[in-house]
Ligand binder design. Structure first.
Ligand SMILES: *Cc1c(COP(=O)(O)O)cnc(C)c1O
Length: 366
C-alpha cells in the first residue's frame, strides 16, 4: 500500500521531548523538569486572565496591539517592531521559516536549545552544530562554522539546558563576525533571571542593526507557560517577513490580557528572581558538597542547573532513583547529555527534599 510520504527532512526530525509531569508509576510527583516558575503565576496576571472578557466567540486581537504597546513601553522599544507568537517556540520557527530553506544552514552551539534543529529541518535547512567550550557557547567555534550557506544563527542566552551565559562583549564579537545577511537570533527565554549587570546587549543590537532578532517568553519567569505567549524584536524588514508566515490569531485574548498584567508586575518578577538566585546558590553549594560522589554543577545564570554525574552513580541511575523518590528532573541523552540531569530550581521545600534524595542516591553524607 502506498501512503503519503513525509518529506525526507521532516522524517529526519527527532521529535521534541517535553519534560514529564508524572513518574513511571503514575504517582504524583514534584516536577522540576520544565523550568517553570515555582512561585506560580503573579496575582495581577491571574486576575487579568480571569477578568478577560468572556467573548469566546470572537477572535483575539490579531495585531496584539495592547500587548505590543506594553512590551515596548517596558523595554523602551518600537511597538511596530514587536512580533508575538504561540510561545517563543513559534518565533524561533518563524525566524527559520522566513530566512532559511533547502540548501541553507542553520547554526547553533552543541547543547543548544533542542528546538533549533527541529526549526531548521522543518524548513528543509541543514542544522549545523558548532563545538561548545566546557558546555558554554564558544563564539570562535560558531564563527568558524559559518559558511556561505549559513542563514540563521541561534544563541540562547542563558542557554537551555546548560544554563551558561554569553556576556555582552562576546555577543557583540559574534555579531561583528557574522555577515550582514545572516540573522542572529538571541533567545532570551531566561533573561529576566539575570542580574542587571548581566544585560547581554542584544536589545541594543536589535535596535541598531538589521540582522538581530531577540526572543522572549511569558512561559518562564512570568509563570504563564499554559497560555503560550512569546515575542520577538528586530529590524522592521525582519519582523515583516516573519509576520507573513505567522498564524493569523496566534495569541489568545485571555493570554494577551494576562501577559500585559504580567509584564507590569515588577514585584512578582523581582520576587521570582530573588527566590531563584537564593536557592540556585544554595543548590550549587549542595552539589559542590557531593563532589566526592562525582557530581558537578555547570555554572548557571538561569532557573535550573545542569548537574553532571561523573562518579559511580550515573545520571540515568540517579534520574530513575529520583523518580522513585517523587522528583521528576530532566535526563537528556537525546541531546548528547547522557551524563547530566537538568534540575529546575523549585520551592525551598522541594529543593531541600531534592538534595536529601540526591544524597541518599549517590551515597553522600550530610
Ligand atoms: C522554554 C524555552 C523557550 C520557549 O518557550 P515558550 O514556552 O515556547 O515561549 C525558548 N527558548 C528556550 C531556550 C527555552 O528554554
Amino acid at each position: 500500500m502506498t501512503a503519503p510520504a513525509p518529506k525526507p527532512w521532516i522524517d529526519a526530525i527527532a521529535p521534541y521531548v517535553p519534560g514529564r509531569s508524572a513518574t513511571d508509576s503514575g504517582a504524583k510527583a514534584i516536577k522540576l523538569s520544565s523550568n517553570e516558575n515555582p512561585l506560580g503565576t503573579g496575582a495581577a496576571a491571574t486576575a487579568a486572565f480571569e477578568a478577560a472578557e468572556r467573548t469566546l466567540h470572537r477572535y483575539p486581537d490579531a495585531s496584539a496591539a495592547d500587548l505590543r504597546e506594553a512590551i515596548a513601553a517596558k523595554y523602551g522599544l518600537d511597538p511596530a517592531r514587536v512580533i508575538y507568537g504561540t510561545g517563543s517556540d513559534e518565533i524561533l520557527h518563524l525566524a527559520a521559516g522566513a530566512f532559511a530553506g533547502a540548501g541553507d544552514e542553520v547554526l547553533y552551539v552543541r547543547y543548544g536549545f533542542s528546538v533549533y534543529p527541529i526549526a531548521a529541518r522543518r524548513v528543509g535547512a541543514a542544522p549545523i552544530e558548532a563545538d561548545d567550550r566546557d558546555y558554554a557557547t564558544d563564539v570562535d567555534a560558531l564563527l568558524a562554522a559559518v559558511t556561505e550557506r549559513t542563514r540563521v544563527v541561534f544563541v540562547a542566552n542563558p542557554n537551555n539546558p546548560t544554563g551558561t551565559y554569553t556576556d555582552r562583549r562576546e555577543l557583540a564579537r559574534l555579531h561583528a563576525g557574522l555577515p550582514d545577511e545572516v540573522l542572529l537570533v538571541v533567545d532570551q527565554a531566561y533573561a529576566e533571571y539575570l542580574e542587571e549587570a548581566d544585560d547581554d546587549g542584544a536589545f541594543a543590537l536589535a535596535q541598531m542593526t538589521s540582522n538581530v532578532l531577540v526572543t522572549r517568553t511569558f512561559s518562564k519567569i512570568h509563570g504563564l507557560a499554559a497560555e503560550r505567549i512569546g515575542w520577538g524584536y528586530g529590524a522592521a524588514p525582519v519582523i515583516a517577513a516573519m509576520h507573513k508566515i505567522r498564524a493569523p490569531f496566534n495569541v489568545t485574548t485571555a493570554g494577551q490580557q494576562a501577559a500585559i498584567a504580567a509584564i507590569g508586575d515588577d514585584t512578582f518578577v523581582a520576587a521570582s528572581r530573588d527566590h531563584n538566585l537564593r536557592w540556585k546558590a544554595w543548590f550549587e553549594g549542595e552539589i559542590a558538597g557531593m563532589a566526592d560522589a562525582g557530581l558537578r554543577a555547570v555554572p548557571s545564570k538561569a532557573n535550573f542547573i545542569l548537574v553532571l554525574f561523573e562518579g559511580r552513580v550515573t545520571a540515568e541511575q540517579a534520574y530513575k532513583a529520583l523518580m522513585v523518590e517523587g522528583y521528576i528532573v530532566r535526563w537528556l541523552p537525546g541531546q548528547g547529555l547522557p551524563h547530566g540531569l537538568r534540575m529546575t530550581i523549585g520551592t525551598e521545600e522541594e529543593m531541600r527534599g531534592l538534595v536529601a534524595a540526591l544524597r541518599r542516591i549517590v551515597g553522600a553524607g550530610g
